[in-house]
Design a protein around this ligand. Structure first.
Ligand SMILES: Cc1cc2nc3c(=O)[nH]c(=O)nc-3n(C[C@H](O)[C@H](O)[C@H](O)COP(=O)(O)OP(=O)(O)OC[C@H]3O[C@@H](n4cnc5c(N)ncnc54)[C@H](O)[C@@H]3O)c2cc1C
Length: 415
């Protein structure tokens, strides 16, 4: 939508082909239906939150930043608000308002929107880079240019330029089911290996089903590959029947996605990050003193949520019936260690059906970062999640789509 809006300069005729029955099906479900439309930060910060190929986005982010996106929406009457972590949402809390704003702009700019129209094939014609200003990849310059798109029903639309903004593989029910990767491969582009990202982890540990539904706020989570810490985040996590999820864990999946395919990783949760080991020990002692004659299993209610207590008791190795005044210093230390590092084995990731983004996509080596034009096929552009780009949660993935869409649209308009 952003690419089509930017391409629609006077004199250009722009056609937006969408295979769904309506525009922005995925956009509609973003931010739990509220649409975290961007992140209110500077470009360096945007770049710092991109997991895959941040350098490629330098030019696109500077060309159309999150401040530009905010302004774009505000100028078109969409009131915005900024929440925790600089996350920007419509004041209405309705993603549909973002879609309506874009749809209105499309119509105002004369873009013809055709729904239930699925592109089947990119039709290429002859015509190498006549101007010679085209950069080459591995010695091979573009030997063809895009001429048309062929639809599933056989209809052919001729075009001087085609922008592929078909999304990745995640939440395929929204329309992003990998067509763009196929279109890219068929026209000679490399598509890197794809994996679900911003997705829950699976764990073989029996603790997870026991803790299912438990949400822990204000914890510190870290993901380890042996002795190497891959990721650390403070926030909220959730236990599910298959493993772990929640905001603090999801972003970790982007960092761990490729590694976990090869071997299991370890999640370590600090349940009391605000307390040092010594402070925690004093706190436990105080709790025990006020419950001197209670059994261990009945003395932890101020320390942990109810659902967690039986698991902490079991994992601490301290007999549940033991009176707290009989608990030794070593036993207390074990409880402190467990509280500061509640570990779980992470064995894999859930699938694309549940993934917020796709890691992997059309190789950015084959795309010009200033214009999003293919280095292989003249007049062919890529934008958004179809590219090998992804960021963490917080509005960064949509900003990738806005910025690359903007660059592709502007460049396609110039031709
Ligand atoms: C549940 C969920 C919540 C999210 N929340 C946020 C959030 O709050 N903030 C954020 O920044 N990011 C969020 N994301 C990520 C963000 O939505 C995506 O990164 C972004 O939508 C990618 O935009 P896109 O235009 O590249 O692809 P998409 O939004 O996937 O759009 C691609 C479009 O192309 C169409 N299409 C595909 N193939 C064809 C074809 N052959 N012919 C015609 N049309 C075709 C599809 O139907 C689809 O409408 C979320 C993702 C999910 C799944």
């Amino acid at each position: 939508m952003m690419a089509a809006i930017q391409a629609a300069e006077p004199g250009n005729s722009v056609l937006l082909l969408e295979k769904n029955e309506k525009l922005g099906k995925k956009l509609f479900i973003t931010g739990k239906g509220r649409c975290n439309v961007t992140n209110d930060c500077d470009v360096e910060n945007l770049l710092a939150h991109v997991v895959t190929n941040p350098k490629f986005l330098y030019s696109a982010f500077y060309g159309f930043s999150s401040q530009d996106m905010k302004q774009f929406l505000a100028e078109r009457g969409l009131r915005l608000k900024t929440e925790r972590g600089n996350r920007v949402f419509p004041v209405s809390d309705h993603s549909s308002d973002v879609i309506a704003c874009l749809a209105k702009e499309l119509s105002g700019r004369g873009v013809e929107v055709r729904l239930r129209e699925a592109v089947q094939e990119l039709v290429l014609g002859e015509g190498a880079a006549e101007t010679g200003d085209f950069q080459e990849t591995s010695g091979q310059g573009p030997s063809s240019r895009v001429a048309a798109v062929r639809m599933v029903d056989g209809t052919v639309y001729e075009a001087d330029a085609v922008i592929v903004a078909t999304g990745g593989l995640s939440y395929p029910s929204t329309g992003s089911d990998g067509d763009g990767h196929r279109l890219a491969t068929e026209t000679g582009h490399r598509v890197t290996e794809c994996t679900p990202a911003l997705v829950p982890f699976t764990s073989p540990d029996g603790w997870c089903p026991k803790l299912m539904g438990l949400s822990l706020k204000n914890v510190n989570v870290a993901i380890w590959d042996g002795k190497k810490k891959l990721y650390e985040e403070f926030g909220e996590m959730l236990f599910t029947h298959f493993g772990v999820s929640g905001p603090a864990v999801l972003s970790g999946s982007s960092v761990a996605a490729r590694r976990i395919r090869k071997k299991p990783l370890t999640l370590s949760v600090d349940l009391k990050p605000a307390l040092s080991r010594e402070q925690l020990d004093r706190r436990i002692l105080k709790d025990f003193e006020s419950r001197k004659n209670k059994q261990f299993r009945n003395a932890l209610c101020d320390l942990y949520p109810a659902k967690l207590i039986p698991v902490m008791v079991e994992r601490s190795g301290i007999p549940p019936e033991k009176r707290v005044n009989g608990i030794s210093k070593e036993e207390r230390e074990r409880l402190v260690s467990l509280t500061k590092a509640f570990t779980l084995t992470l064995s894999g990731l859930r699938g694309f059906q549940e993934a917020i983004v796709t890691q992997g996509g059309v190789s950015v080596k084959e795309v010009d970062p200033a214009t999003m034009e293919s280095r292989r096929v003249r007049g062919l552009y890529f934008a958004g999640e179809v590219l090998d780009l992804d960021g963490v949660t917080g509005g960064y993935n949509l900003q990738i789509a806005w910025s690359t869409g903007y660059a592709a649209g502007k460049a396609a308009a110039k031709g």
